[in-house]
Ligand binder design. Structure first.
Ligand SMILES: Nc1ncnc2c1ncn2[C@@H]1O[C@H](COP(=O)(O)OP(=O)(O)OP(=O)(O)O)[C@@H](O)[C@H]1O
Ligand SMILES: [Mg+2]
Length: 247
């Protein structure tokens, strides 16, 4: 199976504080990989390194077979939304997406993509008049409009209402079915378990546990979320005891 992202033995410190410590994982072609970790676990840092926006102290990262360098050509194969999307708010969505397409040297049907993320009819409104959820939707539109092969979405469900969350999940599934690989982060187990195919739990600076969601959810039954929270907190053995038929 083709590997879309390969993170190998990556280390990263900010000053004397080591955030990522010998971290390795892979994302397979066409899958939705959920990166789960508590606040400050290093999810955003890892995503920025994959995008070539942060320097690694050690190890290596390959995306679509190329070393992560953040160059323009490299970025046109990736769509991303890191933390809260930032826009020139005096412009409207159509103008912003058109600038983005020019930068990526791609063409697309802007009203169609706006409709896809639930912003049909809002394309001519300045972004300064958008609600938080509308900005989040526009961030997703910007991440997908140039038809990337890999999507990196850092907590993309933040600020969305329950209906929008359901719509976004469906959109991610649809993009995944169309062959786009997705890396998704969250600190909320329930948010990610219904979207991701596999989950990697980032704790202590590395992927402490990694599993196929369906399989592990079946093994743990009602204890699944408690198990995941234990691992997120670094308590592997306490988590493992929650397995069906465990102690
Ligand atoms: N540019 C920076 N300079 C110094 N420290 C930083 C920097 N960016 C992040 N950190 C620190 O690195 C750690 C990991 O931060 P990061 O933003 O990657 O975590 P996260 O998992 O995305 O958290 P959250 O769920 O709150 O978004 C935190 O302790 C944070 O304070
Ligand atoms: Mg973060």
């Amino acid at each position: 199976m083709e590997k879309v992202v390969e993170v190998r033995s990556v280390c990263k410190s900010y000053g004397s504080s080591q955030v990522i410590n010998n971290c390795s994982f892979e994302i397979r072609s066409g899958e939705i990989y959920g990166l789960l970790g508590v606040n400050g676990a290093g999810k955003t840092t890892l995503m920025k390194m994959i995008l070539g926006l942060q320097r690694l102290d050690g190890g290596s990262i390959y995306v679509l077979g190329k070393e992560a360098d953040g160059g323009r050509k490299y970025l046109s194969d990736i769509g991303s939304m890191i933390e809260m999307p930032v826009f020139y708010e005096h412009l409207n969505a159509e103008e912003l997406l058109s600038m983005h397409l020019a930068l990526m040297e791609k063409k697309a049907d802007i009203p169609e993509v706006l409709a896809l993320v639930g912003l049909g009819g809002a394309g001519k409104k300045p972004v300064s008049q958008y609600s938080l959820g509308m900005k989040q939707r526009l961030g997703i539109a910007r991440a997908i409009i140039h038809r990337p092969r890999l999507l990196i979405l850092d907590e993309p469900l933040n600020g969305l209402d329950p209906i929008a969350i359901t719509e976004m999940r469906e959109l991610m599934r649809k993009l995944s079915a169309a062959g786009i690989s997705i890396l998704l982060s969250s600190h909320i187990v329930g948010e990610i378990r219904h979207t991701a195919d596999r989950i990697g739990i980032l704790s202590g600076g590395y992927i402490r546990q990694e599993f196929a969601v369906e399989e592990t959810a079946a093994q743990y039954g009602e204890g699944f979320e408690d198990y995941v929270v234990c691992v997120m907190a670094g308590n592997d053995s306490e988590g493992a005891a929650l397995k069906r038929g465990g102690m």
